[in-house]
Design a protein around this ligand. Structure first.
Ligand SMILES: *Cc1c(COP(=O)(O)O)cnc(C)c1O
Length: 429
């Protein structure tokens, strides 16, 4: 399989190079040259998740891995489950937060880390994963690469601007995970990272890779849990031909993966792309004008994105009829509706958090009587303990993953908002 740059289709790369490089020329995204399809979906769904995922992903990576290697790599990456949990007769949630950092980003980050671990073996010098985080991504990336030989991870975060628990989830590991508390905002952190990637000499010298959500390997991993959802729904209900999937969307990577699953033959009837008030996409689908507005802070902060970086991939699938445009609707849910959704779910006996609630409310507006809806649970409610407790008025416990790191010591080092200092840090190891 070759991957080509959506901005410069003549630029094509194999899987390993697309993963190592991240972005193509002019910051173009890579996309699979063709989408492999499977005809016997029932047979696929009868397989266990790890074996099925290896089968689904093999055509995408066959130049770089044998089937046996891929199976082993996936069994290390997906060492936790995705679970469909019934909410009422025609709605269920797909819980994607049973991984080590309690968010769906564990799937993509762990698969990417396992791929890079293999690719870095061919290098004489270590790879450096450099990423800026305001919370979830940093934790998923740190845990996914922790303890790997020949890979260093450097994570920048805005000092004093993330919650203590969030901070503890990635700053307490040590080893090959270096964390820098930057004297600045999240935007400052991102701009420092960007300056590093613009420095070609530095990129070569320390083998820089950002591991961010535009990396094709992260998307591929996410295709797998849509098949798992259908497999569980089939076991629970005997059918899965009426599925509506509602995705709480920020950068639209998760929606891209859902669409790819459908293009591969999984019979998803349609998609609901749910956003918070950062509603560039729902407005675009109505007006056909792409008019991002300044980002607004919300309860579902991982979706506070005005310029979703995976959108060109969605657009590509729609304009090339890889996915029927009639299959996609997009709805924005405001802060009040988000809170109402959490309370409604609580009344149905289910404790949720703001991101999933946005998807739940959008699904409720959309779903028809003859459909079965699944909204994605992208994070564990305890990750948003403060807002969940204040909205629901009940205390919630900490799962083991969070309780464990809460008592650990923060190992991050302070860093000025200064590119020269960061450069020095990266090259002095
Ligand atoms: C990252 C994230 C999202 C948004 O996912 P995208 O793939 O960027 O659309 C939603 N919910 C949570 C909890 C997240 O961490």
């Amino acid at each position: 399989m070759q991957y080509y740059n959506l901005k410069h289709p003549q630029q094509t790369l194999g899987f390993s190079h697309a993963v190592m490089q991240g972005l193509g020329k002019d910051r173009g995204l890579f996309f699979a040259e063709r989408i492999p399809t499977f005809s016997d979906i029932d047979q696929l769904l009868s397989m266990p998740m790890v074996e099925r995922s290896a089968k689904i992903l093999y055509p995408y990576v066959e130049q770089d891995f044998s089937q046996a290697e891929l199976l082993q790599l996936i069994s290390r990456a997906f060492n936790f489950s995705a679970q469909v949990h019934a909410i009422d007769e025609n709605i269920a949630t797909l819980e994607l937060f049973h991984g080590p950092t309690l968010a769906f980003k564990d799937f993509g980050a762990r698969f990417m880390a396992q791929c890079l671990r293999e690719f870095s073996k061919q290098r004489a010098t270590p790879l450096t994963i450099l990423t800026a985080t305001s919370g979830d991504t940093g934790a998923a990336v740190a845990h996914a690469f922790y303890g790997m030989d020949n890979i260093n991870v450097v994570i920048l975060y805005p000092k004093g601007k993330i919650s203590l628990l969030q901070e503890k989830m990635f700053t307490t590991l040590g080893g090959n995970i270096k964390t820098l508390a930057v004297d600045g905002s999240f935007d400052d952190c991102q701009s420092l990272v960007k300056q590093c990637f613009d420095d070609e000499h530095l990129v070569q010298q320390v083998g820089l890779n950002s591991a961010n959500s535009i990396n094709i390997s992260r998307l591929l991993a996410q295709i797998c849990y849509y098949f798992e959802a259908a497999a569980q729904v089939k076991r629970q209900r005997g059918r899965y031909d009426d599925l509506v999937i509602s995705v709480p969307s920020g950068n639209f990577g998760n929606l891209t993966a859902a669409m790819m699953a459908q293009a591969m033959g999984l019979p998803i009837k349609r998609f609901v792309a749910a956003t918070n008030v950062n509603d560039t996409v729902p407005r675009y689908l109505q007006t056909r004008h792409w008019q991002p507005q300044p980002t607004v802070a919300t309860l579902s902060n991982a979706m506070d994105v005005a310029k979703p970086n995976n959108w060109p991939r969605v657009e590509h699938m729609l304009t090339n009829h890889i996915v029927d445009a009639n299959c996609l609707t997009s709805i924005a849910i405001d802060e009040e509706q988000t809170q109402i959704g959490m309370r409604q779910l609580n009344q149905l006996g289910y404790i949720s958090e703001p991101h999933a609630s946005v998807a739940y409310k959008a699904l409720k507006y959309q779903i028809e009587a003859d459909e079965f809806g699944i909204f994605l649970g992208t994070a564990h409610p305890a990750k948003f303990k403060d807002s969940v407790e204040s909205i629901l008025g009940t205390p919630i416990g900490l799962p083991k993953e969070l309780a464990d790191c809460a008592t650990e010591e923060i190992l991050s080092v302070p860093m000025a908002n200064d590119f020269a200092k960061l450069r020095q840090f990266l090259t002095s190891k």
